[in-house]
Write a protein that binds this ligand. Structure first.
Ligand code: AVI
Length: 333
């Protein structure tokens, strides 16, 4: 049952991991409505949640295993290296709630380290995927109550009373894909949901822009394919007529805003049609597809404090690429 970070990275490759997303409920009609709204703005944009159709999830799995994309393996290493200390903060008999659980890969390292975790509640919008993953986990751990919850974890959540201290788990730096106001709103509701317990939160750190640039502009072009897949998805699901060859991937670090921005850049003046409506792109104009915010330890602590948490221990790797924060949720909150 004890698995190394390398085993887990291999799992990630094949597991169609679906990362937690900021807003979710990505039915085709939501996609159509939000894409049309985003294309009508002066600065064209679309929320990153629409990356994750089946092909987008497959491409994201490949990103997680890329040599340049350090976050996934670094977070797994931190979890593995500091498992004992993390377990000591969480304490025995915990009721673990994972936000955007995907295929339950990372939580296995945590569950292995904890002293008799009582219950595990993975929350994800993708029900089919979640049930299958939960069945596998139950088979592995008959003593653990596994209660999957199909829900949008950024909305209001009500959880059945649990057997122990409630502890949230939100790995992968998905918090970084939220706009700052969404991140604060999410953390506020997490602090309320986890009253008397805490949150183990994984976030990517501010670092040398060259490393960030490489992570989002990999040599094999997988991140570019992931970005462009959004246009392919629009063509398939919405009958749009994006010419994928007429756009290219761009990702760069916006230092003042501490975030990687991903865009699709129009190679020429062109018109595209989405659900029967025409939109013009000038040459060089972009469709902004994702922000991935990076955090300093102090910045994240300040945000967590504003949301009602009491910041506790922080674990990072030797190169301070990624961080895991233990945040206490006071009982009276
Ligand atoms: C899911 N999320 C945390 C990833 C990130 O790094 O922001 C999504 C991603 N976009 C490009 N590569 C990976």
């Amino acid at each position: 049952m004890n698995r190394t970070p390398d085993d887990l990275l291999l799992d990630l490759r094949g597991a169609a991991l679906r990362p937690a997303d900021p807003l979710d409920d990505d039915t085709p009609s939501d996609f159509g409505r939000e894409l049309q709204a985003g294309l009508s703005r002066p600065a064209k944009s679309v929320p990153p949640k629409f990356f994750y159709d089946a092909e987008g999830s497959r491409l994201f799995d490949r990103i997680c295993a890329l040599p340049e994309y350090y976050p996934t393996r670094t977070e797994l290493q931190i979890l593995d290296t500091h498992a004992g200390e993390i377990a000591a903060q969480i304490g025995p008999g915990a009721d673990i709630v994972e936000f955007g659980a995907g295929s339950l890969t990372k939580v296995r390292l945590l569950l292995d380290a904890l002293e008799v975790p009582r219950r595990y509640v993975p929350i994800d919008i993708s029900g089919e995927h979640l049930e299958a993953a939960a069945r596998r986990l139950r088979a592995e751990r008959p003593a653990l109550q596994v209660h999957p919850l199909v829900a949008d974890y950024t909305g209001a959540l009500s959880l059945p009373a649990g057997p122990g201290r409630r502890v949230g788990f939100f790995p992968g730096s998905t918090l970084g894909n939220f706009a700052p106001d969404e991140a604060l709103r999410f953390l506020r509701s997490a602090a309320s949901l986890l009253r008397g317990g805490g949150l183990l939160l994984g976030v990517d750190m501010v670092k040398d822009p060259a490393l960030l640039h490489a992570a989002y502009n990999d040599a094999q072009g997988v991140t570019a394919a992931f970005n462009l897949n959004l246009l392919r998805r629009a063509n398939t699901e919405l009958g749009a007529d994006f010419d994928l060859g007429a756009f290219h991937h761009a990702a760069f670090y916006n230092a003042p805003l501490k975030r990687i921005e991903m865009h699709l850049v129009s190679r020429r003046d062109q018109e595209v049609s989405v659900l029967g409506k025409a939109y013009r792109f000038a040459e060089g104009e972009t469709l902004h597809t994702e922000n991935s915010h990076k955090f300093t330890v102090d910045g994240l602590k300040a945000l967590a404090t504003e949301a009602g948490f009491i910041p506790g221990r922080v674990w990072t790797d030797r190169d301070r690429l990624f961080s895991l924060h233990w945040l206490l949720a006071p009982p009276s909150w």
